[in-house]
Write a protein that binds this ligand. Structure first.
Ligand SMILES: Nc1nc2c(ncn2[C@@H]2O[C@H](COP(=O)(O)OP(=O)(O)OP(=O)(O)O)[C@@H](O)[C@H]2O)c(=O)[nH]1
Ligand SMILES: [Mg+2]
Length: 203
């Protein structure tokens, strides 16, 4: 799929104020600094569409970007950011969770994990939350430019083992991406395109 247009629509912390249009949407979630906003920029080919930063905690709201005028990419704040106060954290968590629990247009969630790290409790718990609420998701291993292929494959193996020896029967579908090299761009866009086409055909 070619992205012909990508436009910022609205930011807010209230799922009730998200766009009313019944267009399919795909959300990016994960720890602060994992590369959610950078991935949106890489996919859309617009470096400044979503705000990114080397310091965690940059994205603070639910951000809707309309793609090709017929679907949305959604950039979300990171979870697990230690430097905000407990009350801000709680508020964050509740509006993010409300988004996932209430947003009927949400078709698939991408849970981003840094490919360099071992499976982290906070990510596993978030996936468990998605599973319990029957919210479809895929995993994205980000920053693949930071590892050699052999290290990357080893880490994915470790992740798969962790998932399948805990609560999951099988490893969810996953992608490997790099915002720097554009690794994974075509795979991810084709995945989304296939779902969108299926939805249009009423499958
Ligand atoms: N090398 C490399 N760096 C990346 C990649 N993706 C993101 N980064 C860097 O990681 C840092 C965080 O990126 P963001 O896209 O702002 O991360 P985020 O997940 O949106 O962070 P929050 O909005 O704070 O939750 C920035 O310094 C990016 O340049 C990648 O694929 N490769
Ligand atoms: Mg961000």
């Amino acid at each position: 799929m070619k992205i012909k247009s990508a436009n910022f629509v609205i930011s807010n912390s209230d799922v009730a104020k998200c766009p009313k249009e019944r267009l399919p949407e795909y959300a990016f979630i994960g720890r602060s600094n994992v590369g959610k906003s950078s991935l949106i920029n890489m996919l859309t080919g617009q470096n400044k569409l979503a705000k990114t930063s080397g310091r965690p905690g940059k994205t603070q709201l639910i951000n809707h970007f309309k793609i090709n005028n017929n679907w949305f990419l959604v950039d979300l704040p990171g979870y697990g950011y230690a430097k905000v106060s407990k009350s801000i954290k709680k508020n964050f968590q509740s509006f993010i969770k409300n988004y996932f629990l209430q947003r009927e247009q949400l078709i698939c969630t991408f849970v981003l994990v840094d490919c360099r790290h071992e499976p982290q409790k906070i990510d596993l718990e978030f996936m468990e939350f998605l599973g319990e609420n029957e919210i479809p998701f895929c995993i994205i291993f980000t920053k693949s430019d930071k590892l050699k292929l052999s290290e990357l494959n080893r880490n994915i193996q470790v992740y798969t083992k962790k998932m399948t020896t805990t609560i999951w029967e099988e490893m969810p579908q996953y992608f490997v991406t790099s915002a720097t090299s554009s690794n994974g761009k075509d795979e991810l866009l084709n995945f989304i395109d296939n779902i969108n086409q299926g939805l249009e055909e009423g499958l």
